[in-house]
Design a protein around this ligand. Sequence first.
Ligand code: TPP
Ligand code: MG
Length: 341
Amino acid sequence: MAEERTLPKFDHSTVKISKEESLVYYEDMVLGRLFEDKCAEMYYRGKMFGFVHLYNGQEAVSSGIVKSLRANEDYVCSTYRDHVHALSSNVPAREVMAELFGKSTGCSKGRGGSMHMFSAEHKLLGGYAFVAEGIPVATGAAYQTMYRRKALGDESSDQVTVCFFGDGASNNGQFFECLNMAALWKLPVIYVVENNKWAIGMAHDRATSQPEIYKKASVFNMEGYEVDGMDVLAVRDVAQKAIARARAGEGPTLIEALTYRFRGHSLADPDELRDAKEKEFWNARDPIKKFAQYLTENNIVTQAELDAIDKKVMETIEDAVKFAEESPEPDPSELYDYIFA
Ligand SMILES: Cc1ncc(C[n+]2csc(CCOP(=O)(O)OP(=O)(O)O)c2C)c(N)n1
Ligand SMILES: [Mg+2]
């Protein structure tokens, strides 16, 4: 196994976080993990169709970034690995599960499925199945925010847009074109690369001439951060800086979060390519275990309080499955509804 890229060190003594806020991040990460585990179970029971890509291992990135935004006001744009970004964005677990089941009560009315979560109410701009497809969408969302503020004089237009995508996507042309425009126009957007080292079976280091993606920000005169994507407090720290910059009209930021997916690329992937030692290295950095340990060792919460959250989340997920099971299929008479043409 090649030597693992050293994770940037984060000084936890600088963290200022209340107990209440800590628990928001913790609960969101647990929700993401347990939801995906349930999703795998339901997929193998034949409850959902098509490709399903799970987010296990990467929870600290979604929670650290999205839970630092203004809930239901700032925009979030995702990829096909989108269930947990939707949950962090406050889309109810019921609606995400129902969408996976293809039911009419799903957040995309059962038309989207796993890769196309969407919620206007929660400002989730969508999951996108084409690699890098969300980058121009997010850039456009940030442009409209700036346009409403600067051209139309709407002072309340100060939303921040976050765009999540993978290491593989960062080699796509849209990444370069959009970062150039965003920097040029000082758009209120944050590009978050979830570098999980793999694009299906292509190792990141084999696919790109400069594997340290955050460094690519510099050629656009953009701020770039490298962050330990397995540490929710480190992610929250860079998120706060990037959000403040975007909100103040100082322009975009590129964040590269070093992370790892604990499962195969999709539920159809037997995951035989990745080295067992590499998996062990990253499993030992489980972001949920790490944060739980931080919280209990620093006497911020007790283990019993964390256990109570885990239990509550499990109940939410069981309720979501029941809701999805009992919901109706979309009516065939609505086949041509919601088509944009
Ligand atoms: C434009 C395009 N090309 C190829 C594919 C096939 N494909 C699906 S996922 C994927 C890998 C993307 O990897 P990365 O961006 O690192 O995201 P990750 O799956 O690791 O989250 C590829 C090549 C696609 N969906 N879209
Ligand atoms: Mg990847």
